[in-house]
Design a protein around this ligand. Structure first.
Ligand SMILES: [Zn+2]
Length: 398
């Protein structure tokens, strides 16, 4: 028996909106999209779209499933057992799928917990988004993320580190091109892995048919990553004109993760965030927003990522990034596309997900009301009425 979402507004994901549409699902696929006058197949369960809008399942291109959103997640991970981290992470993925995020790209985990979560979700043991995982982040010795990352130096060292991640089942590779906010004593703007190292890492990932993403905040690290052939720039705090031109010409994606800085910036010392973390954030937040605005105006392709799991950046609040993107200059339509079609391109799954089209996987989400009219409804806890992933309804609060 199939399921049909009946008579309503459909956000296709490619810039089009359909009115009074029916979307019919059989097994795990979308089998037809028609207007309401067309009949539905017999024995079809009908779900009226009503005042909601039917969206493609949302995609978050940058999460850390094993981070607990506490004030200092790296320290929390260092001090708790893998068993506790695993239990917390199960809750994180449940919250994520309930928020309408049907696919995530995990950008760095610990002890292969995120790989186990992916397996558990795929086998139906627990509920969660479809996961693509990086395994461990690859950083220089003492570099950003070293407390959980795989430290590696020199091109040969990087190649070995990439191979280790591929061996355990990584879907993509994450390379640390610059310092960052969450590691004490590390400067966000400073370059870290060198050009030859980045190039070796990217090449090794590409050889296996996988994409490589760079954590890159400062301008030098961003340019090195781009010349090394990186597929996406994560954060992109300081994007020069040269970087923006390169990204546009070579279709390199930007995953800005505005939410990460926003949440740290909103909090104060009283919330237990280490003072050095707040100081670094305040220094980069304005520059970051300007870079995003310039990149967007120049036509750089942007995918939505939240960095969920970083301080006060909670799993399940992922869609808060979309109103933040609108505040940085994207239109509501463009911002919603960064979490649907654009995001599917970032993760290389545009033939399977990201839009509501025939033969795509039935990842479908009913959003109460219309975020194109009021983008801030995505900040509300009950914004997501129903979540279907691969044809299975995982949440129904219509
Ligand atoms: Zn991250």
């Amino acid at each position: 028996m199939g399921t049909a979402f009946v008579d309503g507004r459909v956000f296709v994901g490619n810039g089009k909106i359909l009115e009074h549409a029916n979307v019919v699902v059989e097994n795990d696929k979308i089998v037809s999209i028609s207007n309401t006058d067309a009949g539905l197949p017999e024995n079809t369960q009908r779900i009226p779209i009503g005042n909601s809008v039917l969206f493609p399942g949302f995609i978050d291109c940058h999460v850390h499933t094993v981070f607990d959103s506490s004030s200092d997640p790296f320290s929390a991970l260092a001090n708790e057992s893998a068993y506790i981290t695993t239990i917390k992470s199960v809750r994180n993925v449940e919250k994520t799928i309930r928020a309408g995020i049907t696919t995530v790209r995990d950008m760095g985990g610990k002890d292969n917990i995120e790989l186990a979560l992916k397996q558990a979700i795929n086998s139906g043991l627990i509920k969660g988004p479809r996961m693509l995982v990086a395994g461990r982040i690859i950083c220089m010795t003492g570099g950003h993320g070293w407390t959980i990352g795989r430290e590696a130096d020199g091109p040969d060292g990087i190649i070995r580190a990439v191979r280790e991640q591929l061996k355990v089942g990584a879907d993509h590779i994450k390379l640390m091109a610059t310092g960052g906010v969450l590691t004490a004593g590390v400067e966000p703007g400073n370059p870290q892995l060198g050009y030859e190292e980045m190039k070796a890492g990217v090449k090794e990932a590409h050889k296996a048919g996988k994409m490589a993403a760079a954590h890159a905040m400062g301008s030098q690290g961003i340019m090195k990553s781009l010349h090394a052939g990186i597929d996406s720039i994560e954060h992109g705090v300081c994007l020069t004109e040269e970087a923006i031109c390169f990204m546009k010409e070579n279709s390199v994606f930007l995953v800005p993760t505005i939410a990460a800085g926003y949440h740290i910036g909103e909090m104060e010392i009283k919330d237990d965030i280490p003072a050095w973390m707040i100081e670094k954030t305040k220094r980069i937040v304005t520059l970051h927003k300007e870079s995003l605005k310039n990149a967007h105006e120049a036509g750089v392709l942007i995918g939505m990522g939240t960095d969920a799991g970083t301080p006060f950046n909670y799993h399940g609040k992922n869609l808060m990034e979309i109103p933040l993107l609108v505040r940085s200059g994207l239109s509501p339509m463009e911002a919603l596309m960064t979490a649907t079609y654009r995001a599917s391109q970032v993760i290389g799954m545009e033939n399977q997900i990201g839009t509501i089209e025939q033969d795509k996987l039935a990842d479908l989400v009913l959003v109460r009301h219309n975020p194109l009219d009021d983008i801030d409804i995505l900040n509300e806890a009950d914004a997501i009425a129903l979540v279907m992933q691969g044809g299975k309804i995982l949440k129904d609060e219509l």
